[in-house]
Design a protein around this ligand. Structure first.
Ligand SMILES: [Zn+2]
Length: 257
């Protein structure tokens, strides 16, 4: 008989399909319940990410977003409803997550992540999933997670294309960071946004669900980490590709020279 530490009868039933997996079990589920995950952005990627992490029983879920729900968000940001238009995204998300799993403590951060607040906010979590929609935030999250030694699962989507990787560059050789791939952020106007170039709604679901999967794997220490690999998805081709990413000795964030 597997020991199920500090779990109620209702929790054992709620998480039964996890607990029956040999790789998770009662001990793994208890670890998920004890974990604290910060999701940056309650948008297209954040929507499936937050919903799957809440359903998985992540004990504390932080949501940071300074935006309100707009009609044009609803084509892909499926955590928000038509009735939520005009509401702060963190509030709309919190309500949806409470419906899915009232056991999860949702911490709302209704602000933009900045140089001034990033360290303090991120420090309160074990692991970060970035689904933000701009390069400045993505690089800031990368640099602060490296400094604080937090695992970062980062994804991006545009048009019909998505990409995802995991960064834990402080672990040394074989573990690059975002800046090892792209040392500096492109100018904000150099790359079109989803608003300008468009994005397939269901693509956000694909990449957000992959992020949720990798977050759970990292918390549990199971399977093969995405650290050192960049996975890209081409929705029109229906194909995944994988690239090995090398750590740069001259990386501005994690380099040694
Ligand atoms: Zn680096």
């Amino acid at each position: 008989m597997t020991v199920l530490p500090d779990m109620t009868e209702a929790q054992i039933r709620r998480y039964a399909r996890h607990i029956v997996l040999a790789e998770i079990g009662g001990t793994g589920q208890a670890r998920l319940i004890a974990s604290k995950v910060l999701v940056v952005g309650a948008g297209g990627l954040g929507a499936p990410l937050l919903q799957y992490l809440a359903a998985a029983g992540i004990g504390t879920l932080g949501v940071i977003d300074d935006d309100t729900v707009d009609l044009s968000n609803l084509q892909r940001q499926i955590i928000h409803r038509t009735a939520d238009i005009g509401t702060a995204k963190v509030e709309s998300a919190q309500r949806a997550l409470a419906d899915i799993n009232p056991e999860v403590r949702v911490v709302m951060h209704p602000r933009r992540l900045t140089e001034a607040n990033a360290q303090q906010i991120i420090n309160g979590y074990d692991i970060v999933a970035d689904g933000s929609d701009n390069f400045a935030t993505r690089y800031l999250v990368n640099d602060v997670c490296y400094r604080l030694r937090k695992i970062l699962v980062s994804a991006a989507i545009l048009r019909f294309d998505g990409q995802i990787s995991t960064y834990k560059a402080w672990q040394g050789a074989g573990h690059p960071c975002l800046r090892c791939i792209f040392p500096t952020a492109p100018a904000e106007d150099a790359v079109p946004s989803c608003a300008q170039a468009g994005v397939l709604g269901a693509l956000a679901g694909t990449l957000g669900a992959l992020q949720a999967t990798e977050v759970v794997k990292e918390i549990l220490g199971i399977g093969r980490s995405l650290s050192g690999r960049l996975v890209t998805y081409d929705a029109l081709e229906a194909s995944f590709e994988e690239m090995q990413i090398a750590k740069r000795v001259d990386c501005p964030t994690c380099g040694t020279t």
